[in-house]
Design a binder for this molecule. Sequence first.
Ligand SMILES: *[C@@H]1O[C@H](CO)[C@@H](O)[C@H](O)[C@H]1NC(C)=O
Ligand SMILES: *[C@@H]1O[C@H](CO)[C@@H](O)[C@H](O)[C@H]1NC(C)=O
Ligand SMILES: *[C@@H]1O[C@H](CO)[C@@H](O)[C@H](O)[C@H]1NC(C)=O
Ligand SMILES: *[C@@H]1O[C@H](CO)[C@@H](O)[C@H](O)[C@H]1NC(C)=O
Ligand SMILES: *[C@@H]1O[C@H](CO)[C@@H](O)[C@H](O)[C@H]1NC(C)=O
Ligand SMILES: *[C@@H]1O[C@H](CO)[C@@H](O)[C@H](O)[C@H]1NC(C)=O
Ligand SMILES: *[C@@H]1O[C@H](CO)[C@@H](O)[C@H](O)[C@H]1NC(C)=O
Length: 508
Amino acid sequence: MTQTKKVLKYAIISIGFLLICGFLLVHNSFSHGSENGKDYSENTNHSFVTNHSFVIYSTFYYNHSKLYSDNSMVLLMNTHKNFDTNSLSIQCYSENQTTQITSNIQIRMGSVSAVDCQWAFFIANCSTVTNPHYFGLTSSDNPKPVEIDFETPILDKKYPVIMCYPPMVYEARWQQIIFATEIYHYFGTDLQIQYINSAMKEIVDILEVYESKGWVKNERFAFFDFVDEDVETIGLNPMLEIQVRNFPVASTDCLMRYRESSEFIIVADVDDILFPKHGTFFAEFLHLKHKHPTAVGFMYHRSYAKIDVAKTFEKFSMKNSLQTFQITKPTFYGKTIHQPKYSETAWVHNPGLNNDTTITILPEEHKMWHVMIEAKKVRKVKSFARFTNEKQADSDFEKYTIEKDAIEAIEESFVKTFKNFTNIPKNNNAYTEILYNCFKKHEGWDGSLPCFTPLRCKTPKSVPNFKCKVAQRDYKVRRLADNIMLYLSKNPYSWKSSDNGCQLLSHN
Ligand SMILES: *[C@@H]1O[C@H](CO)[C@@H](O)[C@H](O)[C@H]1NC(C)=O
Ligand SMILES: *[C@@H]1O[C@H](CO)[C@@H](O)[C@H](O)[C@H]1NC(C)=O
Ligand SMILES: *[C@@H]1O[C@H](CO)[C@@H](O)[C@H](O)[C@H]1NC(C)=O
Ligand SMILES: *[C@@H]1O[C@H](CO)[C@@H](O)[C@H](O)[C@H]1NC(C)=O
Ligand SMILES: *[C@@H]1O[C@H](CO)[C@@H](O)[C@H](O)[C@H]1NC(C)=O
Ligand SMILES: *[C@@H]1O[C@H](CO)[C@@H](O)[C@H](O)[C@H]1NC(C)=O
Ligand SMILES: *[C@@H]1O[C@H](CO)[C@@H](O)[C@H](O)[C@H]1NC(C)=O
């Protein structure tokens, strides 16, 4: 774009803003500054055109850490991927009863950015006073800090092996979820963290049963439901420019929360199944740690596998599913077990930062299974990260034998847990099929198509009889500097329920 065109473009945007401001002023005088679950107040000034927008998801204070120096604050956020991390004069401000300090902030891209998406995941960190009761960000043109709420990592209990699943979006695969949860628990995962954005109501019910047993912790994960004015301020809807399911933010949130209380963190999907060779996961990973003490993580490559599952909950059995486990040979891109002492951020397949010390387990030694519950979804592998459109031939499968004792114990546990369960899920593949085909269309990852996110997949306005729960969280807007806007999440989360499908954003 030439300079004149640029100026013209911003002039037009500015006029747009003045008009919007006028509207807001009139509008807000009636609505007290809160609409569509978002709140404008104090530092907000809509007469400024700004192009630095930070969407902050979570912020953690570490008084002491395996990875960070004492009294560190860490922020997880999304912003434009071409944002120049050196161009801003932002600082951290913190205070406790006796001391106030202003400190430098370091902002880094948290994982590789997607070629087809405009926005990416960033991590920011700085040091603070001991036990801050206030934390905020300041800039040279705004000496009054913008307050940022923060949390602390989980410290009360030890969980040697944690499992962090990526966020569920339009999730309906209840057989897959039960299958993974039972297996990961049986082989010694101390806690499995599920990030739920949107799922069939009965899946949330199932996960709540597991949560009440202490096997699972459910974290809600909301997309920012931007109102039109903010989409215009930012210049695009960031939710449509963030790859896949904002996976790196959710997985890194999980790493940050459990970093201090765990030794190993499995970052994998519900269809990625690992059977430890050394009895339990802890024994398995200790073995690897012994050989590679300072590795940031251990990557297991994957091969396709399939299981037969019943279509109804009444007929579903872990035993039948495990007995029909079949595997294929070709291997492809894996998933990683992180050592939270060294792993700072997560990306879908490997650590986002410091990935150079990731150890890859040779597929001949051990691998994970990418388990499909429908044979037609087992695809022919073309290369390490590519698939063909054909499905794997039946003759390419071989039976995989799981120890009889394990099968019996897993079946018994499943039956016991759900003996009295009445919120029975029904098979409804509407969203699963749409997402699968939408993903398939995008998997060239060459930038020739718009950013791939489930929010862009064409979903029907309603899916009859699909009871859906969507996690929601309000947001607030604060101006940090003439050219910096902060979009901050507001707790607590709430569920939005619907009887006829999932509505993720109120408009898009
Ligand atoms: C908002 O911006 C206008 C125009 O630059 C300025 O005059 C006003 O003082 C600002 N208000 C606040 C609350 O910062
Ligand atoms: C950090 O905070 C936790 C929880 O408040 C406390 O138990 C722990 O002793 C603190 N650690 C240090 C080094 O201050
Ligand atoms: C802000 O605008 C400048 C000038 O058009 C552009 O070069 C830059 O990439 C923009 N930054 C962001 C974060 O959008
Ligand atoms: C941010 O964290 C990294 C990784 O621990 C550390 O090397 C760096 O010094 C920290 N930066 C600040 C400003 O605290
Ligand atoms: C406040 O922070 C300072 C600097 O870290 C520390 O020396 C002091 O002990 C803290 N005061 C309280 C009350 O925690
Ligand atoms: C991360 O490390 C793994 C294992 O060494 C490697 O296969 C992968 O290509 C690396 N990923 C990136 C993005 O550098
Ligand atoms: C199932 O219900 C029976 C009778 O109400 C009760 O005794 C039993 O503890 C329940 N079992 C489970 C696993 O909740």
